[in-house]
Each structure stands twice: as structure tokens, then as C-alpha cells.
Write a protein that binds this ligand. Structure first.
Ligand code: SF4
Length: 424
């Protein structure tokens, strides 16, 4: 039902010309065209605990798999280095999986990126409470990591257990204290809400504890409900009683109001930051190259994914072949909507940018007016900003529409290393 609605909306807005199908790229090289500057994403899929809700491309950590993976990533970096030359890299984001499982290999990967490209910006990394210790913090600093995000998720052992996390609530505060000794430019913690069985009081407790940590940024996101998920154990969680719409909305506004009242400003629909530290963000970059199994690349109107299979990713690169599995061409209109989606996610955009991209798009101009009338968006000093209410609805849209697309690609790709086509 939702899928039909999504398709109808996109047909009205983007038109019939855009083909929403990813086609197989097995055995083909990608022609990236000219590129002077981009951001980089590096995917490290190894995890020591396999959280049942997790939708990401991850495999259980096994030492024997690390070396082939490192070799493959180094080959991929070299391949792009040869293709693109020493282009500028605006920022590097290392995600997973749990990247710090490969802490020593990460130093080698970053060294090779520095040799192949001209790295200018911040290096950000995700890690988990379990992986934080003085040695890892020192190593991260030495390799140039400047922003760090810790998946705390909850301060309540009941929910940590439900989420399959491999640490206890009592481990969190010492871990954060250790990270703080690293002098990173910004520290983010992730919290989860709308968990099965979670009550408003439980959320309050988590928020209070998060505030006491005096952290730069808090990102609170809901347990996603992936409509097409066939990702094994997730089904188990789906059968548990999830908070209904009203509770979920109350939870979102509780987070919003509480963090704002404690001096945090909204920097995205889920992220709240205080002080002058730079914003920690994983998803809002305009162009990026992705390295690693299942990594996505979006650049020069091409959107593509590497094979999700770690084994196939290593194999193809060891045979000097491309690991890219599927790609989709992104027309100008979709590219503009993609831009707008992420600006809405960030919570604001300038009227000048909007005019530049959508001056001929009467339908979208009307939608923007309707959003203003409904109080979802407001215009101040030539900036459109999401209101508190608007942020809630964009958060819902994020959950239902965008993840709907992502999930189709991920679900197929996790089951087939080389899909022939994926219609979204
Ligand atoms: S640690 Fe993170 S990436 Fe790994 S399984 Fe858990 S949620 Fe997924």
C-alpha cells in the first residue's frame, strides 16, 4: 500500500522519464567522468556481536577474513586513484559494521588513501562501547580521526539485551570518559528510541543519562521498521510490541524538547548538537565514493553499489575485476530531489539554493507553500527551516519512504551477490 503511494508520489514529482531500476554491472567498469572533489565512505563490515535488529551489511568478525578484506580495499583505492588522479577528498567517513574491529588495518587504509588522494577534511568513524579502550583511542588519534560516534543505544540493560549489544549499561560512562581523553573535535553518541516495550519514562532515563555525559552531539533515532526486510532475525523483533504512532510521536517530541532545553540545537531531524564542535554526520554528503563490500557511491549522476558479499568483493578485486554489482542513472530532476531530501533532513536550506534547483518546478513550489501553511516549514531571513512539527514528519518520511528504497536494494543485495536488476 505504502509502496503504491510512494510510487504515485514520485511519478507526480519526478515524472516517467526517470528509471528507478538498478541494473547489473558485473564485469563492467564504471565510467565516472571528471571529478575534482568528492567525499569518501569506507565500509568495514566486521562485527563481534550480531545485533538482531541490524539492517547493515555486516558479517561476524573472523581474523582469517581480515587480511583478504584489507588487500581488497587497498586494491579498490588504488584502482580509483589511477582512474581519478590525486583529486581532493573533502571528508572521510568510516562506517560498518564496527570499523574499530580492524583498528590496525584502518591505519594502513588511511595511509593508502592519503597516498592516492589529496585529503583535506575531517575523518569520522563509528565505534561501539565494547571497542573503546585507551589503546584504540590513541590509535584513532594517531591515524588522524577527528570525529567519533559511539553507538550507545540505551543506558538500560533490558534494552541493551533486547538489541543484542555486547556491553552493559555500567560500561558506558567509563568508555565515554576514555574517548574524551582523545581530544577529538567532536563526539557523538547514538541513542535508539521506539524500542519494543519502551515507555516514555524509559526514554527520559536514557536522555537524562546522555545529558550527564556532557557530550557534543546526541543522535536519537528510532528502531527502523523495514517493510521489505527479509534480514533474518529482524523478523523476531517485528513480532514484539512496538510503540504505536502516538507514543512514537510523544517520544520524538520528548527528545526534541528535552535536548533543546539543555542547550542542544537541532542539526538534523535526529541530531542535536551543542557548542562550537563541528557537526557529526554520516549521510548528508552530496557526492561520495564508497569503498568496501556493499558500499554505495553517488557521483556525476550515477548511483551504484559494490557487491554486498564480502567473499565476492575480495575475490573480484583479487582478480583485478570491478566489485560494482548494480548501478542506476540519476537524472537531473531526481538529483535535485535527492539534494532537497537531505537538506530537509538537515533541517534547513536557503531560498537561493531552492530557486536555483527548482525555479521551474511549480508542483514542488506548491508543496513548499502547503508545508508553510501547515506549519511544517518556516521562512526566516531567506532560509527555509523545518519547524518542530516538520522535523517529526520528515523523520516519519525518512522512516517510511527513503528506507523503503534503501531496504529494497539492501535486501536483494544481501541475498544475491550479483543481482541482475533491482526495481525500487
Ligand atoms: S554492532 Fe552495529 S553494525 Fe554490528 S551488528 Fe550491531 S548494529 Fe549492526
Amino acid at each position: 500500500m505504502l509502496s503504491i503511494l510512494t510510487r504515485s508520489i514520485r511519478k507526480i514529482l519526478i515524472g516517467e522519464k526517470q528509471d528507478f531500476t538498478f541494473y547489473s554491472m558485473k564485469g563492467n567498469e564504471i565510467e565516472l567522468g571528471e571529478l575534482n572533489k568528492t567525499d569518501l565512505y569506507i565500509h568495514i563490515p566486521f562485527c563481534k556481536s550480531m545485533c538482531p535488529y541490524c539492517p547493515y551489511n555486516r558479517i561476524r568478525y573472523e581474523r582469517s577474513k581480515v587480511k583478504p578484506y584489507l588487500d581488497a580495499i587497498l586494491k579498490e583505492i588504488a584502482l580509483y586513484g589511477e582512474k581519478l588522479g590525486k583529486i581532493n577528498i573533502g571528508s572521510i567517513y568510516i562506517g560498518g559494521g564496527t570499523p574499530t574491529n580492524l583498528i590496525d588495518e584502518l591505519a594502513i587504509i588511511l595511509e593508502s588513501i592519503n597516498e592516492a588522494f589529496n585529503v583535506k577534511g575531517n575523518i569520522s568513524i563509528e565505534t561501539s562501547v565494547y571497542d573503546i579502550n585507551e589503546t584504540n583511542v590513541r590509535k584513532l588519534k594517531e591515524m588522524g580521526v577527528s570525529q567519533i560516534s559511539i553507538g550507545v543505544q540505551s543506558f538500560d540493560d533490558r534494552f541493551l539485551k533486547l538489541l543484542g549489544r555486547n556491553y552493559k549499561a555500567e560500561d558506558i560512562i567509563p568508555a565515554i570518559k576514555t574517548v574524551k581523553t582523545g581530544g577529538f573535535k567532536s563526539i557523538n553518541i547514538d541513542l535508539m528510541f521506539a524500542l519494543p516495550g519502551q515507555k516514555i519514562e524509559d526514554l527520559w532515563n536514557d536522555l537524562k543519562k546522555a545529558i550527564e555525559l556532557n557530550i557534543d552531539q546526541i543522535t536519537a533515532y528510532p528502531l527502523f521498521t523495514f517493510p521489505y526486510s527479509t534480514v533474518g532475525k529482524y523478523r523476531g523483533i517485528k513480532q514484539l510490541k512496538m510503540p504505536n504512532f502516538m507514543i512514537r510521536r510523544k517520544m520524538y517530541y520528548t527528545i526534541y524538547d528535552y535536548l533543546e532545553s539543555r542547550g542542544y540545537n537541532r542539526v538534523s531531524v535526529w541530531g542535536f548538537k551543542k557548542g562550537a564542535s563541528p557537526e557529526y554526520s554520516s549521510v548528508t554528503r552530496e557526492k561520495y565514493l564508497g569503498f568496501g563490500a556493499g558500499a554505495a557511491t553517488y557521483t556525476n549522476n550515477l548511483f551504484y553499489f559494490n557487491t554486498f558479499s564480502v567473499e565476492q568483493y575480495c575475490k573480484t578485486l583479487s582478480e583485478e575485476e570491478s566489485p560494482i554489482s548494480v548501478s542506476m542513472k540519476v537524472g537531473e530532476k531526481l538529483s535535485n530531489y535527492y539534494w532537497l531530501y537531505w537538506r530537509l533532513y538537515e533541517g534547513e536550506f536557503s531560498t537561493a539554493d531552492f530557486k536555483r534547483k527548482f525555479s521551474r518546478d511549480k508542483k514542488l513550489q506548491t508543496i513548499l507553500k502547503i508545508m508553510q501553511i501547515w506549519g511544517l516549514i518556516e521562512k526566516k531571513n531567506e532560509i527555509f527551516s523545518l519547524t518542530r512539527r516538520g522535523a517529526f514528519w520528515i523523520h516519519l518520511a525518512q522512516n517510511h519512504f527513503m528506507l523503503d528504497y534503501i531496504n529494497k536494494v539492501w535486501t536483494v543485495s544481501m541475498n544475491e551477490p550479483w543481482p541482475k536488476r533491482i526495481e525500487i
